[in-house]
Design a protein around this ligand. Structure first.
Ligand SMILES: [Zn+2]
Length: 278
């Protein structure tokens, strides 16, 4: 994958090395993790934690494209998503509201509660920000042998997919689901996740960066992205996790929906809620 001359986005907030400050919102952690066990991944379900009052960290952090190699890569991928989705929204006579990507170390305050690295990357619909701890990238490479920039870019593009869901009203489904049974919520969660994968593929289609990426690369990147979230959380909760409660969809489903987005380049083809077969 070659991002070449891609313009880096300025919408990166660099909280690395800044720390939390103030007391820890422990309730935020608990609620977010519980939400995860209910079947939502942090990428979508963290909005269930919104009843936890957490103050966003107002201490200033550098804003703009970071200068280090990984930070710069992240800013380039974000810049690419801004261009692709900006054009797609424009074609529908809508405006794409650019999200902010927050880089952090260990823990971070968000409008959805306290985020921590163990949750993996997540999107908070309340403040329209993506939160990314770069240790996730290191793990992709060292533990899951999914090296290369493609797996990393996919992770960002998937979270951007959740942002697109926020802008297009998809998150209302999650809110409406809160009164439903865990099994019903799981089904909605799977469709949300697979749609975000498909949107990531739509980005890949237009970014024109996937020409040299094989099916095996895609499968490996998606499998790694799925595995690492579960693995980390299991480690954190000392084995009390029921694997069946993770409802991102199977790797096979994720690959298929991602590829569907790559092939078509049209977000209309990502309607997992209308699909008879996922
Ligand atoms: Zn997700």
């Amino acid at each position: 994958m070659d991002l070449g001359n891609q313009r880096p986005s300025d919408n990166v907030e660099d909280r690395r090395g800044i720390g939390l400050g103030g007391g820890l919102g422990v309730g935020g952690i608990v609620v977010a993790v519980v939400a995860y066990f209910l079947g939502f991944d942090p990428g979508t379900a963290i909005d269930l934690a919104q009843q936890v009052t957490t103050q966003a960290d107002t201490r200033p952090a550098p804003r703009g494209a970071p200068q280090d190699e990984t930070g710069r890569f992240v800013a380039k991928v974000l810049g690419s998503t801004e261009e692709v989705w900006g054009a797609i929204f424009e074609r529908s006579r809508a405006q794409y509201r650019k999200p902010v990507l927050v880089l952090y170390d260990g823990q971070v305050r968000s409008a959805c509660g306290l985020g921590q690295a163990a949750m993996g990357p997540f999107y908070c619909p309340n403040d329209e920000r993506l939160y990314l701890d770069l240790s996730f990238f290191r793990d992709l490479q060292t533990r899951f042998r999914a090296p290369g920039e493609f797996a990393r870019a996919y992770v960002i593009a998937h979270e951007i997919g959740h942002h697109v869901q926020k802008l297009t009203g998809g998150f209302k489904r999650m809110q409406a689901a809160q009164g439903l049974s865990p099994a019903q919520r799981n089904r909605i969660s799977v469709r949300m996740e697979l749609q975000a994968d498909c949107y990531a593929g739509v980005w890949g289609h237009h970014a024109g960066t996937l020409n040299s990426v094989t099916d095996a690369d895609i499968a490996q990147a998606l499998a790694a992205a799925t595995a690492i979230g579960d693995d980390r959380l299991q480690q954190q909760t000392q084995g009390r996790v029921v694997p069946e409660s993770f409802t991102h969809g199977s790797s096979e489903q994720r690959v298929r929906w991602f590829k569907r987005g790559v092939d078509s380049g049209r977000p209309q083809d990502c309607d997992t809620f209308a699909a008879a077969k996922l």
